[in-house]
Design a protein around this ligand. Structure first.
Ligand code: SAM
Length: 228
């Protein structure tokens, strides 16, 4: 496909905290498309209102995506264009999106993902840990498969990136220390781009000691050095 073929599906990253982190192109696309697929229409409604954009919002989330994809693809085939957004960051990165992108590609539609905010890139760069090679692990499985994943990752030589919720942070850090060694270097990035942004760097043992004493709030990315 060349650039003259019109795009039917735009994947549009949105801010992960600071509302200024949205590109001029993203705002133009959100204004131009026929409708916007939103993970949470209320949340996206606030963003659109902030930028004075009025557009039809259609819910598209983990719980309905299997049922709605066929209908969306049909509408796009009939000539409509749409933008897919998630609550924060880039759709399809630990968020719904992959299934729709795949369905559109299989249907011969043109898909374009705009570059933009995602939490793991600033966390990786802020960490000061090697960023030339890394693995993005997202959320670890909570129960089944967690032990197997951690055992495999114990031998990983590339920098590892995890998403974690605040109330599980200390437990996750303790498990990383158990499987990777307490001296392994890591960084916890909290509330990136927001007023209370914090990047805490140190060994896993130091990070556990620091966060054990606090009530941890906000959104979190953990970056861990690979095995030496
Ligand atoms: N699609 C998003 C992206 O591109 O990064 C990720 C969505 S995932 C459902 C939400 C997780 O991303 C949070 O639990 C947290 O781990 C991470 N995250 C999102 N915003 C963040 C922020 N401002 N600071 C730190 N982590 C963040």
């Amino acid at each position: 496909m060349d650039k003259r073929t019109p795009t039917q599906l735009y994947v549009v990253p949105t801010p992960i905290g600071n509302l200024e982190d949205i590109t001029i192109r993203a705002l133009r696309i959100l204004k131009e498309v026929d409708f916007i697929l939103a993970e949470d229409t209320r949340n996206t409604g606030h963003l659109l209102k902030h930028y004075g954009i009025e557009k039809k919002l259609v819910p598209h989330h983990l719980f309905n995506e299997h049922k709605t994809i066929e209908n969306i693809v049909e509408r796009l085939r009939d000539g409509a264009s749409c933008a897919l957004v998630s609550d924060a960051g880039t759709p399809a990165i630990s968020d719904p999106g992959y299934l729709l992108v795949r369905a559109c590609i299989l249907a011969g539609l043109r898909v374009e993902c705009l570059p933009g905010p995602t939490a793991f890139v600033p966390a990786l760069v802020n960490s000061g840990i090697a960023s030339d090679h890394f693995v993005f692990e997202g959320f670890l499985p909570h129960k089944k498969g967690r032990h197997t994943r951690l055992t495999t990752l114990a031998d990983e030589e590339k920098t590892m990136i995890f998403y974690e919720s605040p109330h599980r942070l200390v437990k996750a850090l303790s498990q990383f220390a158990e499987y990777f060694g307490a001296e392994r270097h890591a960084c916890v990035s909290r509330e990136l781009t927001k007023i209370f942004e914090e990047n805490v760097r140190g060994s896993l043992a130091e990070l556990i000691a620091y966060f054990e004493k606090k009530t941890v709030k906000g959104e979190i990315v953990i970056v861990i050095a690979g095995k030496d």
